[in-house]
Design a protein around this ligand. Structure first.
Ligand SMILES: NC(=O)c1ccc[n+]([C@@H]2O[C@H](COP(=O)([O-])OP(=O)(O)OC[C@H]3O[C@@H](n4cnc5c(N)ncnc54)[C@H](OP(=O)(O)O)[C@@H]3O)[C@@H](O)[C@H]2O)c1
Length: 259
């Protein structure tokens, strides 16, 4: 049965709504008349709360509680926060340092690689999983509620062909995606539809630091021959959020035709 009341204004939290895909999803939801609070590391602007995915459960829980208070409830949760290491994030800096040290000494600096692994796992796997667990009590509905709540993880197609220099990132994304699909099964019985949008290459601050030669090679594999604009990914995210109530524990791909 389609989600009959899809035009009712929803109360939406976007984690990682400060930039790129998350910002485009927040803008799209607002344009459709929904109320949005962005949970992000640098809060302060209107309709934002501070949330760092690397922090412990209690902190993530507190940030979501504050956002829910601002909205008066929660209907949709979008988890878009993440870091890949292309850009000058803490992860990117740690990875660069580790590689420089390896070139200099000829040894693998395992402590540094552990830093990269922990940073990546906390940001792109553990944090998103804790956020869904923390949001569950706000998203819970009676089992056959005609208007189920929604949770959407912005996943990645990188899990299907992990490049060597992004192995930890791909592993973290895969961990979150698998956990979401597992949790979807438990939460479906409580009126929550949890899904994953596996996204191909998109033109955001995350990918703008990719070297041109590398980018040309990457785009050769994309049928459309270009990256998605963040708004195109937001279109797909919105189609899942506002779309069929039969999406439950599904991975929907938007990749411009990756093999
Ligand atoms: N771009 C692509 O090609 C692509 C492809 C597949 C999947 N994705 C996924 O799409 C999502 C969004 O990425 P994007 O491409 O839009 O990149 P982006 O523009 O760099 O946005 C990343 C977002 O994640 C937030 N973030 C980073 N670390 C965080 C932390 N510790 N706690 C909370 N928020 C944090 C950033 O917030 P700050 O402002 O605080 O830094 C920012 O809002 C990510 O999950 C990424 O894995 C992207």
């Amino acid at each position: 049965m389609p989600d009959a009341a899809s035009h009712r204004p929803r109360r939406v939290i976007v984690i990682g709504g400060s930039s790129g895909i998350g910002a485009a999803i927040a803008a799209r939801c607002r344009a459709e008349g929904h109320r949005v609070v962005c949970a992000q590391r640098r809060a302060g602007a209107t309709d934002t709360v501070r949330l760092d995915l690397r922090e412990p459960f209690a902190s993530i829980n507190g940030a979501l509680e504050a956002a829910v208070r601002m909205l008066g409830g929660l209907d949709w949760l979008v988890v878009s926060g993440g870091t890949a290491g292309y850009q000058e994030s803490a992860h990117g800096a740690a990875l660069k340092q580790a590689r420089a040290e390896e070139r200099r000494t000829g040894d693998r600096p395992l402590d540094r690689y552990l830093e990269v692994a922990e940073e990546t796992m906390r940001t792109s796997a553990i944090g998103p999983i804790l956020a869904l667990e923390a949001a569950f009590r706000f998203l819970e509905r009676p089992p056959h509620d005609p208007e189920p709540s929604r949770a959407l993880l912005i996943g990645s197609t990188i899990t299907q062909a992990p490049p060597p220099d992004l192995a930890w990132y791909a592993a973290a994304k895969a961990a979150a995606q698998v956990a979401y699909l597992g949790l979807a099964r438990r939460m479906a019985r409580h009126g929550v539809r949890v899904n994953v949008l596996a996204t191909g290459w998109a033109r955001t601050p995350m990918t703008e630091a990719i070297a041109p030669a590398k980018l040309t090679k990457i785009l050769r594999a994309v049928a459309l021959g270009r990256m998605a604009e963040p708004e195109e990914i937001a279109d797909a995210a919105y189609a899942v959020l506002a779309g069929s109530a039969y999406f439950a524990g599904d991975t929907i791909e938007v990749s411009g035709g990756l093999p």
